[in-house]
Design a protein around this ligand. Structure first.
Ligand code: B12
Length: 211
């Protein structure tokens, strides 16, 4: 089995320490950092995503696999920068005010990173002002908001308004996601798109930045 396949399997098998070890071995062997990300880490987390959708694995497993991806990615990301790799775009993402659910958001982050985007994570429970401050500082091309509670979805609307009031809305695209969110809701609050899962989030960012 190749090292990249072993990395992929270590994510599916939920073994963060092994993922890091194998990622370091792959780097030491001179495998290109982007190849490690695409062919190892991302392949693993993608399979986990499909298994989760099909009820073949459950939340605790997904969380451990996401940790394995995150740790492996942290080991390779400094080398991505060294290799003169240019990110495809900058994304700021956070769970909105009142919402501390972050598993789905972290998977979205992992897939975006794996697909070559520079992602800034504003964490959880982010009030509209935090989005405004971070947009001023980071100047992202895309802002992503995540909400898992019907009660916190309202803060997505408030965040869009706050970005408008701050004069920042036209400089970026806004995408939303999370279990209670829908494409209709995205339209209603004036966002640019909705993604049902992390794969759709990546496609959405790709298409919005291409347009
Ligand atoms: C795990 C969990 C928790 C954990 C969260 C841990 C963590 N670090 O995230 C804990 C225990 C802390 C928790 C707390 C609460 N929870 Co909770 N929780 C869940 C649970 C079981 C799973 C959520 C999850 O992680 N799913 C897995 C991920 C992978 O899926 P996902 O989040 O949907 O993300 C995917 C997509 O939505 C999309 N996506 C997500 N974000 C984004 C963003 C963008 C931009 C895009 C494009 C796409 C995208 O891509 C992701 C990956 O594919 C759900 C039930 C459920 N089935 O959803 C309840 C659930 C969301 N919780 C619920 C509730 C009520 C609560 C509490 C209020 C409970 C309480 N009484 O204290 C608190 C609220 C805390 C708060 N203020 O936020 C309800 C919400 C009901 C509602 N509709 O409002 C649910 C639906 C359970 C239920 N059936 O009642 N919870």
């Amino acid at each position: 089995m190749s090292l990249l396949e072993k990395i992929k399997d270590s994510i599916i098998e939920m073994e963060p320490e092994l993922t890091v070890e194998l990622t370091q071995s792959a780097l030491a062997e001179g495998i290109a950092p982007m190849e490690i990300v695409a062919g190892g880490l991302i392949s693993g987390i993608e399979i986990v995503g499909v298994k989760f959708k099909n009820d073949e694995v459950f939340l605790p497993e997904v969380m451990m696999s996401a940790k394995a991806f995150k740790d492996g990615f942290a080991a390779v990301s400094p080398k991505l920068k060294d290799s003169g790799y240019e990110p495809k775009g900058r994304v700021l993402i956070s769970s909105v005010k009142g919402d501390i659910h972050d598993i789905g958001k972290n998977i979205v982050i992992a897939l975006l990173q794996g697909n070559g985007y520079e992602v800034h994570d504003a964490g959880v429970d982010a009030p509209p002002e935090r989005f405004v401050d971070m947009v001023r500082e980071i100047k992202p091309n895309v802002v992503g908001m995540s909400a898992l509670l019907t009660t916190t979805m309202a803060f997505m609307r408030d965040t869009v308004s706050a970005l408008k009031d701050a004069g920042l809305r036209d400089s970026l695209k806004i995408i939303v996601g999370g279990a209670p969110v829908s494409a209709d809701f995205a339209k209603e609050i004036g966002a640019d798109g909705y993604g049902e899962d992390a794969g759709e989030a990546v496609d959405l960012v790709k298409s919005l930045l291409a347009s």
